[in-house]
Design a protein around this ligand. Structure first.
Ligand code: OAD
Length: 246
């Protein structure tokens, strides 16, 4: 953190945080990048190398479930040994220090939970959970899965409990996320390109309802100019600074 302006911004953000009643943090793939999780867009992004329509849609699963499971089993293998980074850990401390805290994440890697955050809303599901399309049972399963895992209850082919393109988000989770976004007085948006709805519009909604907004990202996003503050840099370095002296 070389620029004086960034130090000033961190102070301003901390001042706002100290007075906040309900803090909402929205995270995307960028917060997990320093843990070694590939992001989706930009250099090295998953969707640069793979086509989402072939791997992350209900049609793809219908057409070739073995290929889709191969992709998700590979992602599980990549994610299994990874640990939360100082960005995830700073948000755990933040939750402990403010009156109300809601963490909305688009990530399916489970690293916020692993770090110790509690009030987490996983908008896009969780890669460590599997769901049976037949009986609807959702179970946590961190084992190495067979190429075509079957439901222990009804024998149907299981699917990853994640939201694919073209699918609706869990309405109960979405309702809780919107409630938090409409009530927050301080919202921080971390490591998301802001390109996938409904998460992409949540910051603007909070702003319309009167919240103060800050974005932490390596680069500017389409929404940066609408927010009250923006800090460019790695979330694993910036978040500990923001949260350290509250
Ligand atoms: P993206 O890959 O679209 O964006 C990642 C963002 O993180 C970019 O804006 C980067 O600049 C930023 N970034 C990268 N490293 C960072 C770091 N160390 N610190 C801070 N920022 C950093 O990921 P998302 O916005 O999360 O959905 O993508 C949204 C959704 O699109 C995902 O949840 C996924 C994907 O398709 C589904 O699979 C349904």
């Amino acid at each position: 953190m070389k620029a004086v302006t960034d130090v000033d911004k961190v102070h301003r953000i901390r001042d706002r945080l100290r007075g906040a009643q309900h803090v909402v943090v929205l995270t995307g793939a960028g917060i997990s990048a320093e843990s070694g999780v590939p992001t989706f867009r930009g250099e090295g992004g998953l969707w640069r190398e793979y086509r989402a329509v072939d791997l992350a849609t209900p049609q793809a699963f219908q057409r070739d479930p073995r290929l889709v499971w191969e992709f998700y089993n590979w992602r599980r293998e990549v994610l299994a040994p990874l640990s939360p980074n100082p960005g995830h850990e700073a948000l755990v401390r933040l939750e402990q220090r403010v009156p109300r805290f809601t963490l909305i994440t688009q990530n399916i890697d489970g690293l916020h939970e692993k770090a110790g955050s509690h009030n987490i809303l996983e908008l896009h599901g969780n890669i460590w959970h599997v769901r049976c399309p037949g009986c609807g049972t959702v179970t946590e399963d961190r084992r190495v899965l067979p190429p075509m895992p079957l439901c222990a209850g009804c024998g149907q082919l299981l699917r990853p409990h994640v939201v694919w393109f073209g699918e609706n988000l869990d309405p109960a989770i979405l309702t809780r996320a919107y409630e938090a976004v409409q009530r927050t007085d301080f919202m921080m948006i971390v490591g998301t390109s802001g390109t996938v709805e409904p998460a992409a519009s949540m910051g603007m909604l909070a702003k319309r309802k009167g919240a103060w907004l800050v974005e932490v990202n390596l680069e500017a996003t389409p929404h940066t100019s609408f927010y009250d503050a923006s800090i460019l840099g790695k979330s694993g370095e910036i978040l500990p600074l923001i949260c350290e002296a509250l």
